[in-house]
Design a protein. Structure first.
Length: 463
């Protein structure tokens, strides 16, 4: 068996930081007799010493090999493992880097990537360790070794107090600004119509979305977790030539939305694993078109209960106290939702849910009542390496008053979407996503009619 494979086997339980269990043969410790050894014999000797829990002796043998040949990747792998076992973290990390530098095939590179991840994880640098495990996953020479890298990644992520996610998407859309699909509207029941101009009409273009979210676990037990979270997101747009003709004085950045948020959350988990509770408080600030839009404080709670192994229920409640900035009015928003998730025969996933939202504000467009519902269905097996999910949703929003009519306003919104996660194009554990969504809003006031057809292309982590 090649040395790299031996070291991979030795490292099988390395992220749990447990030495391999050995049967008692009665042979005692390995005795190194004096004499002359070939490089291969010295490598095998170092492996034997590591297996028999004599890392200090293994380190001396492995370092001798690196003196003989500073570009011996196998020797650097042995140095890294032995140094880690004796607590020399700096040496373990530098040796792993050298192993990666001098590796000459995917099998050795895989072992070197694992060595880097193990050395970093042992030193507490688990976020960087996760990146090395992604590299190991990418170059794994067999499906079994790829699965091992993924298992190790999940283990290190669970131990890491930091959890960070990056997001990016590009979304062509027929209505980037939420403008009206009508060309003319009637206002206050006047006997003639007004022609909508510029950005009041639907403008087509492309949305560019970037996001960063991170969570730091302050305290964690088997049944509780306390964590801080931070998030930043930015959406901006480019307009199509047709949109520029409709609204020549409008730029895509006029509709840009930037948001920052921070929060403190507490999670509780039942001992049997069936019930999970969450409570969170947070603060947010938003900018629209580069100008301050609002700042708010939020409080939310939620629960998830596994009724059976295949049926789960979820409930969330969120209260937001929003302070308008500039010309925007304040608003007090209350949202709640409930859903059921069920695994049906064939491994397919079915989810149904309902929601409620209400907003109280002096601004008529922020003072409303809303009811919503959705149904989502996920195929149990990938189609040509692609996960597929379908969803439909409906929403009714009622306003008691408007600024363009003497009566009230009722908007009915219907949407449908299909989501593809292309696992077959996995790259370092990241996979492309595609979402196609169509949405239509019918209002009793034509100015609020909306149509939108959009395509969203993005990337996400597969695990």
């Amino acid at each position: 068996m090649r040395l790299a494979r031996c070291l991979i086997c030795i490292a099988a339980a390395s992220f749990a930081l447990a030495a391999p269990a050995l049967s008692d043969t009665g042979a005692g410790q390995v005795t190194v007799a004096s004499g002359t050894y070939t490089p291969d014999e010295m490598r095998r000797l170092a492996v034997t010493l590591l297996v028999n829990r004599q890392p200090a002796q293994a380190l001396r043998v492995a370092e001798a090999l690196t003196v003989r040949d500073p570009e011996d990747a196998d020797a650097w792998l042995l140095v890294s493992r032995a140094a880690r076992d004796v607590g020399q973290s700096d040496l373990a990390k530098s040796a792993a880097q050298n192993a990666w530098k001098y590796a000459n095939n995917d099998e050795v590179k895989y072992a070197a990537a694992l060595a880097n991840a193990q050395a970093l994880s042992s030193d507490g640098a688990r976020t960087r360790a996760q990146w090395w495990l992604r590299r190991a996953l990418q170059i794994a020479p067999t499906p079994e070794l790829r699965a091992k890298a993924e298992r190790d990644f999940r283990y290190v992520r669970e131990q890491n107090p930091w959890s960070t996610q990056l997001s990016f998407s590009v979304s062509p859309s027929s209505n980037v600004n939420g403008g009206s699909s009508s060309d003319t509207v009637s206002i206050y029941d006047l006997p003639f119509d007004f022609v909508l101009q510029g950005s009041a009409r639907a403008l087509s273009g492309v949305e560019y979305s970037y996001g960063l979210s991170t969570r730091y676990t302050l305290r964690k037990t088997k049944q509780t977790r306390t964590s801080l979270s931070f998030a930043a997101s930015h959406k901006t747009y480019s307009l199509s030539e047709e949109a520029k003709d409709i609204a020549p004085d409008t730029k895509g950045s006029d509709f840009a939305l930037t948001q920052l948020s921070a929060g403190l959350s507490q999670d509780w988990f039942a001992a049997n694993g069936r019930l999970a509770l969450n409570g969170q408080i947070g603060v947010n600030k938003a900018w629209y078109g580069g100008e301050p839009l609002s700042q708010s404080a939020t409080a939310s709670t939620g629960l998830r209960y596994a009724i059976t192994p295949k049926l789960a229920a979820s409930l969330t409640v969120n209260h937001e106290w929003q302070e308008g900035l500039g010309e925007r009015q304040d608003a007090d928003l209350l949202r709640s939702s409930a859903s059921l998730s069920y695994v049906i025969p064939g491994g397919h996933g079915l989810q149904v849910g309902v929601g409620q939202a209400s907003s109280q504000s002096d601004a008529t467009y922020l003072d409303f009542e809303e009811r919503s519902a959705f149904v989502a269905f996920a195929l149990g097996k990938p189609v040509f390496g692609t996960k597929v999910q379908l969803a439909v949703d409906a929403k009714h929003r009622h306003f008691d008053a408007t600024t363009v009519s003497f009566g009230d306003r009722d908007d009915y919104t219907y949407g449908a979407e299909v989501n593809f996660t292309v696992n077959a194009l996995d790259y370092y554990g990241f996979v492309p996503t595609v979402k196609i969504r169509t949405e239509e809003t019918d209002s009793n006031l034509a100015i609020y009619d909306r149509d939108n057809l959009g395509l969203q292309l993005g990337l996400k982590s597969r695990f």
